[in-house]
Design a protein around this ligand. Structure first.
Ligand code: SAH
Length: 218
């Protein structure tokens, strides 16, 4: 048996169930999202030295000055993105360690995730292969350009904070689609953008704290 899957207590189903109960008490209601989170082994995505904290409600360092988002934020963003419906094709900007992409892979038909830091992209590819997330397709590029080759998307999620909504991403949002991103400079707010025949509708939600989006590859 692979060491990283072995029965050290922190990886047990009980530890994961506790995380799900905590998310429920924090207000996450979408059972499909809770089920997806409970299906993904979060410790696979963090450094072995931090594995004992993988199921705590904290963000953890993943190297290169980046972090894996705390479970509550991952759950909240996906709950907002899904809005109780079926997600077909989803774009994530900022793969990081690949955890959120893996959760998205549980409830969407296809997930395209883009990362600009090559070692993170490589490490995420290995982790996603390990959990056999076959419908999650990664690429190493500047994600603010989106993936015009496979657009449009029913859902777009940005895992790093932007000061404005990248135009390319708006163009790649399908009619009836939803985009969720942390937006702002000094203060950031989770922002929902919905697209319909009339155009784009923006709603400002709770205050959040994300690493900034950067342009170009690294
Ligand atoms: N969803 C991630 C959280 C990643 S943190 C997880 O589950 O671990 C934000 C990530 O966005 C970082 O890895 C950072 O390198 C990446 N990022 C920042 N700007 C980017 C850009 N322009 N294109 C692609 N990725 C970007």
């Amino acid at each position: 048996m692979n060491v990283r899957h072995s029965g050290i207590g922190m990886t047990s189903q009980r530890t994961r169930s506790r995380m799900i109960e905590r998310l429920r008490s924090q207000g996450i209601q979408d059972e499909v999202v809770l089920e997806a989170i409970s299906a993904v082994p979060r410790h696979i995505f963090v450094d072995e030295a931090l594995a004992s904290r993988a199921y705590d409600d904290v963000s953890l360092p993943i190297g290169h000055a980046q972090t894996i988002s705390q479970p509550y934020i991952v759950a909240r963003m996906i709950e907002l993105l899904r809005n109780g419906g079926q997600l077909n094709r989803v774009l994530e900007v900022g793969t990081g360690c690949g955890y959120q992409a893996a959760v998205l892979g549980q409830l969407a038909f296809e997930v395209y995730s883009v990362e600009r830091i090559q070692p993170l992209f490589k490490r995420a590819s290995i982790s996603l292969k390990e959990i056999q997330a076959r419908n999650v397709i990664l690429s190493y590029a500047d994600g603010t350009m989106g993936r015009p080759d496979v657009a449009p998307f029913n859902g777009i999620i940005m895992a790093a904070a932007a000061t404005h909504v990248p135009r390319a991403l708006l163009e790649q949002l399908a009619l009836g689609g939803r985009m969720i991103l942390p937006l702002g400079t000094q203060e950031q707010f989770l922002t929902l953008i919905e697209r319909d025949e009339q155009g784009f509708h923006e709603s400002r939600l709770e205050a959040v704290k994300f690493v900034p989006i950067l342009t170009g590859k690294a």
